[in-house]
Design a protein around this ligand. Structure first.
Ligand code: SAH
Length: 212
């Protein structure tokens, strides 16, 4: 792990994450721990601990820290959980998940981003994250069911394969929509799925080569 810039990370958490309303102590601890500056391109390193999104190349962005914290907290992760992420991007969200769950599987469609994320995660010593290159719309059926699924690019409808790959009691969080999206949380119950809309967000679109 990289413990440099610890003071900046603590300041970020105290100034933005906690006032934003994130209370779960494990999520707060993960936000204090994971070195976000290692996941952003060198030219933006200075801004790594500001609460804003940053470009990571290939037209993609790393989400703002308070949104990463919010989405993670909404998943109510346990140390035994198996989690799927769609949209690895820089790998930062995957690292936060890896601090809180047992296993993290993450899918990225842009190969160079997947490779870079894999390298950063390995350098930081994350052994419980697996990165796959491909279309996350389909989920990762061979590894299902998942206790939690997080989608960090926006589809215009909820991908059915992801609902199907949720374990009973499992949670799926994702932005849904075109220009502006609702951040929706689904929970799988014995009767079906319960949906709650948390807020409005803006993510890059989920690329879906297969159509549907
Ligand atoms: N979670 C990331 C940020 C993700 S940005 C982080 O912490 O840095 C959204 C990412 O989703 C982009 O990298 C984009 O290439 C990827 N993406 C878009 N469509 C996808 C798809 N169908 N399957 C997998 N990844 C996809």
């Amino acid at each position: 792990m990289d413990s440099t810039r610890k003071a900046e990370r603590n300041r970020m958490v105290d100034q933005y994450i906690i006032p934003h309303g994130v209370k779960d102590p494990a999520v707060v601890a993960a936000m204090r721990h994971v070195p976000r500056h290692r996941f952003v391109p060198g030219e933006y390193s200075l801004f790594a601990y500001v609460d804003g999104p940053l470009p990571i190349g290939h037209g993609q962005t790393i989400s703002q820290p308070s949104l990463v914290a919010d989405m993670t907290a909404a998943l109510q992760l346990k140390k035994t959980d198996k989690v799927l992420e769609i949209g690895t991007g820089s790998g930062y969200q995957a690292a936060i998940l890896a601090e809180l769950a047992d296993q993290v599987l993450t899918i990225e469609i842009v190969e160079p981003l997947a490779r870079q994320a894999e390298q950063t995660l390995a350098e930081l010593g994350y052994r419980n994250v697996r990165v796959r290159i491909g279309d996350g719309y389909q989920g990762w059926p061979e590894e299902a069911p998942f206790d939690a699924i997080i989608v960090t690019a926006a589809p215009d409808h909820v991908p059915q394969p992801l609902l199907e790959q949720l374990a009973l009691g499992g949670r799926l969080i994702l932005p849904v929509g075109r220009d502006i999206q609702t951040l929706d949380l689904y929970r799988r119950t014995a009767e079906g799925y319960q949906r709650t809309t948390l807020t409005l967000v803006r993510f890059v679109p989920l690329v879906h080569p297969g159509g549907q």
